[in-house]
Design a protein around this ligand. Sequence first.
Ligand code: C2E
Ligand code: CA
Ligand code: CA
Length: 393
Amino acid sequence: MEKINRLLVIDDQQELCDFIAEVAKDLGYDTLTVTDAETFRRAYLNFNPTVVVLDLQMPGFDGIELLRYLGSQNARTQVLVASGMDQRVLSTADQMGQSQGLTMLGALQKPIMLPDLESVLRRAMKRGAGVTAEDLQDAMTKQQLQVYYQPKARNIGGSWVVEGVEALARWHHPLRGFIPPPDFIGIAENSGQIRQLTEQLVEECIQQAAQWIALDTPLHVAINLSTRLLNDRNFPDLVATIAAKYGVSPHLLAFEVTETAAMADPDTTMDVLTRLRLKNFGLSIDDFGTGYSSLKQLYQMPFSELKIDISFVRDVCQRHEARVMVETMVLLAHKLGMTVCAEGVETQEVLDFLAKANCDHVQGYFVGKPMPGADVLTAVASWNRQTAAPYAA
Ligand code: C2E
Ligand code: CA
Ligand code: CA
């Protein structure tokens, strides 16, 4: 039987093809390796891969040509580029793939490290037979969806104090296990369930915020908002009503959005965002610096916070370019009167860099992983106790 995950590798070095194929097989992929462009095109059409791993430089032709070929085929496959070239060339190829309408998985620099390859191939796998809108409806009814909260720390004179959290949806399916948010949010968007799902999550978050207030430890809560909801003119009133019901001041709540450019109706979007701001909810432009959240949206829409995408933050200790980007995004946000939050902080080194760069907020595994609401206050107290000391003058 044909497996649902199929990987096609093209590289002029057979050993490298074999290595990638081995790793993919272990994860459950069907694999096919090729070493020249002509065979690649045939294999692409016959094998119908769900993932293509592409070497950028091969004798006689280059990977960019093949990216263009995949683009011309309106390929729905996900593409990972690999090369010995430096990271900038790789990033450019990645962007080029995106502009061809391809789903890019990023770029791997050779020599390819096993954990990096495994992680990206795992991410690209389609799970099981896929979940359906009916499964999701069932999950919502049976309350299998839960909100996890990730701590968000504020820079107070060089000390990072947790004052808020980001709410992240979690679905623990009894048979299929953990289903990551991008998988089921997409289903909800396409099936029209996103409004019900968001209402349920927003209510849970606000209820949780109210509990923290009642315990005398108010925390800011940021909630991710699908762009579909930005076409719903009733949304600002709906959330204002829920906030009022639980006695939570809107200034403790914020909404994070991306992809505003792709929205069907810019007038309605602007209307919804502006009314949320007027009601004193915070508004963050999420994943800033990626193709989805652009300068144009920053310029036009009433955001109060800019969230620097993890892809820049992760690299600040290795790459001069990443440091320049992060420092510049901080300046840009401040000049526009916005605060700035760096996501994906995993080490003390990165945290120290962000303090020097004058970044206002940070989030990431180093400060805390997403966790159930019941664990938050203990984690926050423990972090805040520790962090004050090392930074104190
Ligand atoms: P996002 O808003 O950019 O959320 C950050 C993601 O990065 C989260 O993944 C989080 O678990 C992960 N993350 C946080 N810190 C680190 C770190 O230090 N290292 C690494 N490697 N990752 C880190 P998650 O929870 O899987 O969420 C993925 C995306 O799904 C979110 O991206 C958001 O766009 C969307 N999402 C999550 N919950 C909701 C929701 O309730 N509604 C909507 N519309 N979208 C949601
Ligand atoms: Ca977010
Ligand atoms: Ca983000």
